[in-house]
Design a protein around this ligand. Structure first.
Ligand code: PMP
Length: 350
């Protein structure tokens, strides 16, 4: 399968911006990038921030590749998974001509990024059980270069059927890239699709340190894909996308100690999720959908009124566009207890 043939014509022809760091320059005197020679007091460690960072810091790429069980040339790092979404659109979709396809209700940035890039959006809603509508997707693939599927899906929280993911990859071969957004997969790692990368060069997987790694403020994400896709994205990504402190902290998060901490925290959050699910399910008229990420989608008898009362009392949840549904992120035990108690009280009064 020729991945290059799927890329935008101008990206295929593009000579990327080449810095000496990217070219692997190796010298004592670096007077090439209009940097300042003055070291400063703002260093977060031994690193001198007067110098530009490496485009794709090898230590960080190696650490994430090891975590994901992949080779370094299958990994690209960017400013959060959000930047990965936009880079993929800018790499593969010709503004005006090409489309992305996604399946609402799902993460909002696929549509927003396409819009700001002037790329068409096609939507094929999820079925009532929040699985993919495969025949409708197949019928809509004309002009589509990227199919975005979120697994576990935000905001519904469910996992997408593994068989459908494979069928989608088969169906799009030679036509489109399937982008699996695994932002929440670390909470349920057995459902990852990284093993499919060996079979499908048209698969790209988005990951992030924002969720299970508790580093939303760091802005560090990854795209896992065939080397051909990564190489094309490297043409489009700006030359210095990873701030030096981000590289350092992300490497700590991916160290043995960092990974152990992350695993412990995901177990803790899963226990809190189970606590909330059990407590909320007992309330009259409340439906809690099974969730595999660090959030739950809940249907209430009168979500608007409840949401406002929560808001007015300093408990900020997320109103979902799905009828009468609210999305609740899993916090620490105290936050969960407080939220559950407040909801219980409110529903008793209604
Ligand atoms: N994908 C999904 C499904 C998300 O929910 C989010 C953040 N809410 C992102 C991607 C973006 O993640 P990041 O913080 O890495 O940009």
């Amino acid at each position: 399968m020729d991945i290059n043939a799927l890329a935008r014509e101008n990206v295929r022809q593009l000579t990327p911006y080449l810095s000496a760091r990217r070219l692997g320059g190796n010298g004592d005197v670096w007077l090439n990038a209009n940097e300042s020679p003055f070291d400063n007091d703002y260093t977060v460690s031994g690193n001198r921030l007067n110098r530009y960072s490496t485009c794709q810091p090898q230590a960080l790429i190696d650490a994430y590749a090891a975590y994901a069980g992949l080779e370094a040339n299958q990994v690209l790092t960017s400013r959060g998974a959000d930047e990965g979404i936009e880079l993929l659109i800018r790499t593969f979709c010709e503004p005006g001509d090409d489309s992305i396809l996604f399946c609402p209700p799902t993460y909002g940035m696929y549509g927003v990024s396409a819009e700001t890039c002037g790329v068409n959006r096609k939507t094929v809603p999820l079925r009532d059980d929040w699985q993919l509508d495969m025949p409708a997707i197949e019928a809509s693939l004309d002009t589509v270069k990227l199919v975005f599927v979120c697994n576990p899906n935000n905001p519904t929280g469910n996992l997408i059927d593994r068989q459908d993911i494979e069928r989608l990859l088969e169906m799009t071969k030679d036509k489109a890239i399937v982008v699996l957004d695994e932002a929440y997969i670390d909470f349920h790692l057995e459902a990852t699709s990284t093993d499919l990368l060996a079979r499908y060069p048209n698969l790209a997987i988005l990951r992030t340190l924002s969720k299970a790694f508790a580093l939303a403020g760091l802005r560090c994400g990854f795209t896992l894909a065939s080397p051909a896709i990564i190489e094309l994205m490297l043409k489009v990504i700006p030359p210095y996308p990873v701030p030096v402190p981000v590289e350092e902290i992300a490497c700590q998060a991916l160290s043995e100690a960092g990974l152990a901490k992350m695993k412990f925290q995901t177990l803790d959050l899963s226990a809190n999720r189970a606590y909330l699910q059990a407590g909320l399910s007992m309330l009259p008229g409340v439906d809690v959908f099974d969730g595999y990420g660090n959030f739950l989608l809940i249907r209430f008898p009168n979500a608007d009124a409840l949401f406002s009362r929560l808001w007015d009392n300093g408990i900020i949840l997320r109103r979902s566009p799905i009828e009468n549904c609210i999305r609740l992120s899993i916090g620490n035990r105290e936050e969960c207890e407080k939220t559950l108690a407040f909801i219980r009280e409110q529903l008793a009064e209604q």
